[in-house]
Design a protein around this ligand. Structure first.
Ligand code: P6P
Length: 338
């Protein structure tokens, strides 16, 4: 395959779809550079004093690992001066991040989880950066407000992730299919390796943390039991695979097929809708899943139709192969009728 970089691929695809000005290309270029800087630190984490925790706790109430603080700062510092954003939202920051006055402002919004799965860093498990890109809805003269940022997933201009794994890959969509690029360290470029990724209509894998099964609602319990039941006609029982790193679990299911579930659970009254965040985790993954031919729901509605009420809103997530997510929708629809 001819070596095609992310930007070359975007420009090639743009000929098919008149996209915006070069601002989106600039945004992606700066994001890619951030990813390369993060990759360099992640790949040698064991050798540097970047493992372990900073001792701080983030907005999610989670202990901040040194590497995800590093990743957060790399993205913020690079992107704030790119001249293409009017605001950012990070999973690590309680409030949205304004662009400092000394830098030019654009009309894109970047929402990101700088290093998802960071609890796995010390165990050398694959982790990832998740990003979601919107356009501002208010006029440029106005100051950016939270209202500009609380947009439903279907308004995303683009979404993607970088997975720092056995190889470092960037997978993203700009609404024109899902494309995977693998970092070639010898040239320092992400090169097209997985054009037009499509998720199998049905998988053979289900991913959920069964340790919390006693906290699930009845439809979730019935759904997981469905995938565990023996039925040759539908290839069940499925295999269970759960890494505990959303980007890794999602990426495996995107390539092989399958369903990832992080249901609501009654474990923590503060998180009745489960652990995952709508805007910086579920919505970007939902755009990728749908662009690859899959589905993403909270059990009753399409993730991309959910109107966010707050920046760090949590949501139950069932995402992956179309036929497998349709099983979820049926169990919840039947429960609603009974
Ligand atoms: P649990 C990582 O902390 C994360 O946010 C996702 O990457 C992952 O899917 C989930 O939490 C794992 O959560 O409760 O199963 O450990």
């Amino acid at each position: 395959m001819r070596q095609v970089t992310v930007v070359e691929h975007l420009l090639l695809r743009q000929k098919e779809r008149p996209m915006a000005s070069g601002r989106f290309t600039r945004l992606l270029t700066e994001l890619i550079l951030s990813a390369k800087i993060i990759d360099r630190e992640v790949s040698k984490a064991g050798l540097l004093d970047v493992l372990g925790a900073t001792g701080e706790v983030n907005i999610q109430g989670e202990v901040v690992q040194k590497l995800d603080d590093f990743a957060n700062q790399v993205i913020i510092r690079r992107m704030e001066r790119a001249g293409v954003l009017c605001a950012m939202v990070s999973e690590e920051n309680a409030d949205f991040i304004e662009i400092p006055r000394q830098f030019p402002v654009g009309d894109y919004i970047l929402i990101f989880d700088p290093l998802d799965g960071s609890a796995n860093i010390d165990a050398n498990v694959s982790i990832g950066t998740i990003f979601s890109i919107y356009r501002r809805t208010s006029f440029e003269q106005q100051a950016v407000s939270v209202g500009d940022l609380l947009q439903k997933g279907s308004m995303q201009v683009a979404a993607g992730y970088i997975i720092y794994g056995s190889s470092t890959m960037m997978v993203y969509t700009a609404g024109n299919g899902v494309h995977g690029f693998t970092l070639d360290p010898s040239v320092g470029e992400f090169l097209l390796s997985h054009p037009d990724i499509k998720i199998p209509e049905r998988g053979r894998i289900y991913s959920v943390n069964e340790g919390y099964s006693s906290y699930w609602d009845e439809p979730t319990r019935n759904i997981v039991n469905y995938f565990k039941a023996s039925d040759n006609a539908t290839g069940r029982p499925y295999s269970t695979r759960y890494i505990g790193s959303l980007v890794s679990d999602f990426h495996r299911n995107l390539i092989y097929g399958g369903i990832f579930m992080y249901p609501a659970d009654s474990r923590d009254a503060r998180k009745p809708s489960g652990k995952l965040r709508l805007m910086c985790e579920a919505a970007p993954m939902a755009m990728i899943a749908e662009q690859a031919g899959g589905l993403a729901t909270d059990g009753t509605q399409r993730i991309m139709d959910i109107e966010p009420q707050e920046l760090h809103q949590r949501v139950p997530l069932f995402i992956g192969s179309k036929n497998d997510v349709e099983v979820v929708l049926k169990f919840y629809a039947d429960a609603a009728k009974s």
